[in-house]
Design a protein around this ligand. Structure first.
Ligand code: SF4
Length: 482
């Protein structure tokens, strides 16, 4: 759902999730309030903007704004008080495009031949540019610069009878990753792409149902987790209940493994696997992979914490919070200059000297993207008096960009794409550097045999370069992210 790329802001040193979706149906007149809560729980998936569309049986109402959910949908908000409905959908947006315009904030609401239609999308359509050009050539007028709007135009042009059939026909033309929630006059629909790359879960709340990018979005509204929406599944929720179909050709599931490593909240569960437990298991695998003699295991907070706990448990080396995170600073990516970014790293993490001075430290982080943040952190730990810093990373080297809805720098900016592990260790100033192996990562995900090289059990393209959806347009797709 994004726009032409603004290179000046493409300097983040970590990967970022692109969006969250949420939908609720059949909950008296509180769907809009539940949606605000759900989006709040999913804030980590997108902080640039948020929006919702609600339906009260007669009217659709919409609201959207830049910034966090709490800034837009707080309890005293007049706009929120003016909303009502038994059905609603919502969206949190993350974007690096710099085009923070209201017109790009989802959910989109439009009027089609069969009535109102609201749409929220998490993912990235890799053939969106081609489809958009051909739609524009045939007279389509686009209101936004997002790839998501392509779906709306395809649905609008479909001659199929029902809204469901129109959505299916539109999605048959789409290549890429999507988890969608759609709102019609009296229907909520959730769809996942045939590979199930981006997550979507189903919950039950009283007489109604909830769809959310992660199960933590169900927990906050008190919904009972029912199950993951399956890859390629369409869920239709209306006054008669919840109906499932699988309209697309079956593919092997390729859920994004990085959801487990970094993106998802640790209290979320996908396909029966707790994210927290998976991260601890990765730490345990790291400890088994390479024995390091050290005094303390220290996480780079927050995402390195569960892996560090797993490492400490497996190795018997004490876990300590040697780095303290300040949660009240802006994100690194909003700093447009290298000097600004450097300062932000320092503002976000501070050394806890008492836990580091004179010690040999195993430092656990989730990933290394460009290497700039790692260099600052290692330097900070050494300045605090650490004797040695052994960096352990809870993901394999990131060597390729993501085309499926995650913001990554171009390949030539990914340090692991042009340096060996030893060279990266020297570059970031670490005494040693260990990345979890591909097989170790898969073992931590419950695949005792490791990674299936012929048919990997997840999408791991940013580590392997093995893209599950291969298309000639993929290499051009960084301009249209969702
Ligand atoms: S390329 Fe990486 S970040 Fe993107 S979907 Fe695949 S595993 Fe996830």
């Amino acid at each position: 759902m994004t726009t032409p790329f603004d290179a000046s802001l493409d300097d983040s040193d970590s990967l970022h999730e692109e969006c969250a979706v949420f939908g609720v149906y059949g909950t008296s007149d509180s769907a809009h309030l539940l949606t605000a809560l759900g989006l709040h729980a999913l804030q980590h998936r997108g902080q640039e903007a948020t929006g919702m569309v609600a339906f009260d049986g007669e009217n659709f109402k919409e609201m959207r704004g830049l910034g966090h959910v709490g800034e837009n949908f707080d309890a005293g908000s007049e706009a929120l008080a003016a909303m009502s409905g038994h059905a609603a959908i919502g969206h949190n947006r993350y974007s690096t495009t710099g085009q923070s315009e209201l017109k790009n904030i989802q959910p989109f609401l439009t009027e089609l031949a069969f009535g109102h239609f609201g749409l929220a999308h998490n993912g990235n359509l890799i053939n969106a540019e081609r489809l958009r050009s051909s739609l524009v050539a045939s007279g389509a007028l686009f209101q936004s610069t997002t790839d998501t709007e392509v779906i709306i135009h395809l649905i609008a042009r479909s001659h199929r009878q029902t809204p469901e059939e129109r959505i299916i026909e539109a999605l048959m033309q789409i290549e890429g990753a999507y988890a969608l929630v759609c709102l019609f006059d009296n229907k909520l629909i959730g769809v996942r792409d045939p590979y199930g790359i981006r997550p979507l879960v189903l919950g039950k709340l009283d007489d109604g149902y909830v769809l959310a990018s992660e199960s933590c979005g169900l927990d906050i509204v008190g919904a009972e987790f029912v199950r993951d929406v399956a890859p390629g599944e369409m869920i239709v929720i209306d006054e008669e209940g919840c109906h499932s179909s699988s309209p697309f050709a079956k593919q092997n599931s390729k859920f994004c493994i990085f959801e487990f490593v970094y993106f998802a909240r640790p209290d979320s569960v996908f396909d029966g696997h707790g994210v927290y437990q998976a991260r601890k298991a990765i730490g345990s695998e790291l400890a088994k992979q390479k024995a390091i003699s050290a005094d303390v295991v220290v996480p780079v907070p927050d995402s390195g914490v569960p892996a560090a706990l797993g490492y400490a448990e497996e190795s018997g080396i004490p876990f300590e919070l040697g780095i303290i995170r300040n949660h009240y600073v802006g994100r690194t990516f909003i700093q447009p200059t290298q000097a600004g970014r450097t300062q932000s790293v320092r503002m976000k993490h501070n050394a806890n000297i008492a836990m580091l001075e004179g010690k040999s430290v195993i430092l656990i982080d989730d990933s290394i993207v460009r290497g700039t943040t790692s260099r600052k952190i290692v330097s900070m730990v050494k300045e605090a008096g650490a004797k040695e810093v052994h960096m352990c990373i809870a993901s394999p080297p990131t060597i390729s960009p993501c085309f499926y809805g995650v913001d990554t720098p171009d390949k030539d900016k990914l340090i692991a794409s042009y340096m060996s592990v030893e060279e990266i260790a020297a570059e970031i100033g670490a005494d040693s550097l260990t990345f979890i192996s591909h097989d170790g990562l898969y073992r931590a995900m419950g695949h005792a045999e490791g990674r299936d090289k012929d048919c990997p059990q997840f999408c791991d393209a940013c580590f392997s370069g093995d893209y599950p959806i291969k298309t000639a347009s993929a290499k051009f797709s960084t301009g249209t992210k969702s």
